[in-house]
Design a protein around this ligand. Structure first.
Ligand SMILES: [Cu+2]
Length: 656
């Protein structure tokens, strides 16, 4: 059994996924599929009716979040987060460019893995959703009243921000564990000194409960392992966060083999309330660092990038009781805490068994000093002392477990491509369904919180093969929706996703819709270049900078004729959308501008920088269909040679 698992795991993890380890196709068994009509009626949302849940799916390597309705699987919106998005001008317009500023410069892409909803009393509350940038370590906060990225903070002393941004029960912190251990601070150190010189970091990012502002509150320096996923304690275990590790072997080459040697790796349990005590006692070291904190304002409709220069670091050797290791077989991926806060599930991806630890046994073991050994000041608790029980040979490659709030756990098995349902108290497997194919994470609405909303389970699959019409060498990734309201899981729906649906979160729509912003009040627009009425529209030259204070309203721009621009000018079109009506954005694009369009919401101002390269007349027009006369919503910009005598002039109609 073990050698089969190892073979499958190695093959699956190091090369393309081999289907010998997965079900052969969609039609070889019932696969938990309901009768077609029954399934269709369960996902059918009649025209004009709304879905019951919002689902927020990571775009993986697209760097975005996509918003779907459940149960219909309909796509509503793609929220740009870490990647430029020409649809909305995000990362192209002058207002949002600062959002993508990092200590490495302007980084307009990332790999976004784990969306995480804000919580109050352990329950998702619909205020914000956070997501990690894996590649250039960052965490973003999206405001769910506007569905716009409100803040991005860079994580210093990190390499591959994977175990992130899991949240504590009152959104006190989102956490970030480094996937790659690196020299801290990062410097030029030989790779063969990995074991001696490289370290891991676990970051705790505080969240202001009023404004949502994030800040790196502190970091914990930990041994140079790889930190994979995390989850916060809840109920009795509130105050703790659990991180999985792999590569406790500290291999830095041929990791697929080197990091699979140890029988057990660890779950790192961090007591953040203890950390707060140590911080108050001044135990933290202030370490030089360089990272950006970028915030977007709905008043100025602009972002500001601020560089920060230091970070507070706690060292476990100097802070007894801060971190403990729970041995867990074998290269655990997910670490999942059940709604009661008592059970901590370690999904050892190279193990056939799943270890379920007990929080109360952990506390007892700490009191009894039931330690195997101590590593860099971190006591390793005895496996037998913290283990509550084992889910025996439930499948191959357990990755991630969520809960339905009724005492059941659901685990995704990557290698055997299935979801397995088991009872949290008895560890007994009660149901299983195949997924098509290669499931990674799974998601139950609220399934990692203290109060799962249950009802549905979404499998987030890496490969679809024959599930959809072919689209060339690459096929859409896939989400699959299961009904989990009965004893048996039942497949309802396949729907394609954007990028990689790495992980997702879902929440009842009624927790978001009442706060949804319909327009931005023009009277509150504090953008420095806003023109709040058409009479304020104008063009001003300042050396080779030209500022166009432009307005839009159905169905014209003011001004719509501009002359006296010159080659070599930097032309800033500051477009204010004067509409105060829901769902009436206007766009602006200029011929030949090597940029995107603007897409300006009602009451908002956005800026397109255009640097015309040669003399001529350049049409511009509205890109978002806004009225019957949308096609007439257009204008001209005339560009003359540098040093020309053509005076700067502008007009709308015959009025200057
Ligand atoms: Cu328009």
């Amino acid at each position: 059994m073990i050698s089969f698992i190892k073979k499958c795991a190695t093959t699956a993890l190091s090369a393309a996924f081999i289907f010998a380890c997965t079900p052969q196709g969609p039609n070889n068994d019932s696969g938990g599929v309901m009768s077609v009509t029954n399934a269709a009626s369960k996902v059918y949302v009649a025209p004009g009716n709304h879905d019951e849940f919002y689902a927020f799916m990571s775009g993986g390597f697209s760097g975005q979040i996509s918003v779907y309705g459940l149960p219909s699987g309909r796509l509503f919106r793609v929220i740009p987060v870490f990647s430029q998005d020409p649809e909305k001008g995000y990362g192209y317009n002058e207002e949002t460019k600062p959002m993508l500023q990092t200590s490495y410069g302007f980084v307009p892409w990332d790999d976004a893995h784990h969306p995480e909803l804000s919580q109050t009393d352990g329950v998702p509350d619909g205020r914000w959703i956070f997501i990690n940038g894996n590649n250039t370590p960052r965490i973003a906060r999206v405001d769910l009243s506007t569905f716009e990225t409100a803040e991005i903070i860079e994580i210093p002393n990190s390499g591959g921000n994977h175990s992130s941004p899991f949240i504590t029960a009152n959104s006190e912190y989102v956490v970030a564990g480094t996937r790659f251990s690196v020299p801290i601070p990062n410097e030029d150190i030989a790779l063969d000194q990995y074991k001696e010189k490289y370290k891991g970091s676990l970051s705790f990012i505080s969240v202001d409960q009023e404004s949502g502002d994030m800040d790196v509150a502190f970091q914990v320096l930990v041994p140079g392992y790889d930190y994979d996923l995390a989850h916060a304690g809840k109920g009795q275990s509130h105050g703790w966060v659990f991180f999985t590790t792999y590569n406790t072997e500290q291999s830095n080459t041929l990791k697929e083999i080197g990091a699979s040697q140890n029988d057990k790796d660890f779950i790192a349990a961090v007591n953040w309330k203890k950390a707060e005590e140590y911080l108050a006692q001044g135990k933290a070291k202030e370490m030089p660092a360089s990272y950006y904190n970028n915030e977007y304002s709905d008043e100025t409709h602009s972002a500001t990038a601020t560089q920060k220069k230091s970070v507070k670091v706690l060292i476990p050797e100097e802070c007894p009781g801060l971190v403990y290791f729970l041995p867990t077989p074998k290269s655990p991926h997910g670490v999942d805490v059940d709604p009661t806060g008592e059970y901590i599930v370690g999904n050892g991806k190279l193990s056939a068994d799943m270890s379920v630890h007990s929080f109360s046994k952990m506390v007892q073991a700490i009191e009894n000093k039931d330690f195997e050994t101590t590593i860099d000041g971190i006591p390793v608790l005895k496996y037998e002392s913290v283990l509550d029980g084992i889910v025996k040979q439930a499948g191959l490659g357990p990755l991630h477990t969520e809960f339905d709030g009724k005492g059941n756990a659901y685990t995704s098995f990557f290698i055997s491509s299935e979801v397995v349902k088991w009872k949290v108290d008895s560890k007994e497997v009660v149901d299983r369904v195949p997924t098509y194919y290669s499931i990674g994470h799974l998601m139950i609405p609220g399934g990692d919180s203290q109060k799962p909303f249950g009802k549905y389970l979404v499998a987030l699959n890496k490969i679809t093969k024959d599930r959809y019409l072919p689209t060339g060498p690459e096929l859409a990734h896939s989400a699959q929706l299961y009904d989990i309201s009965g004893d048996k899981m039942e497949l309802l729906l396949d729907f394609p996703t954007i990028g990689e649906p790495h992980y997702a979160q879902a929440i009842p729509a009624e927790l978001i819709t009442p706060r949804s912003v319909k327009t931005f009040k023009l009277s509150e627009n504090q953008h420095p270049y806003a023109a709040k009425k058409e009479s304020e529209a104008r063009v001003e030259r300042d050396g080779n900078e030209v500022h166009v204070y432009m307005t839009s309203i159905r169905s014209h721009f003011a001004p719509d004729n501009i002359e006296g621009l010159e080659v070599g000018d930097k032309v800033y079109f500051h477009l204010t959308n004067l509409e105060q009506d829901w769902d009436v954005p206007h766009g602006l694009s200029v011929m030949g501008a090597n940029n995107a369009e603007l897409l300006v919401m009602p009451g908002q101002t956005e800026t397109l920088l255009w640097e015309p390269q040669k003399p001529g007349v350049y049409p511009f027009y509205c890109t978002d269909f806004c009225s019957a006369l949308h096609q007439e919503m257009q204008g001209y910009a005339r560009v003359s040679p540098q040093g020309s005598t053509v005076a700067l002039d502008w007009k709308t109609g015959n009025r200057k």
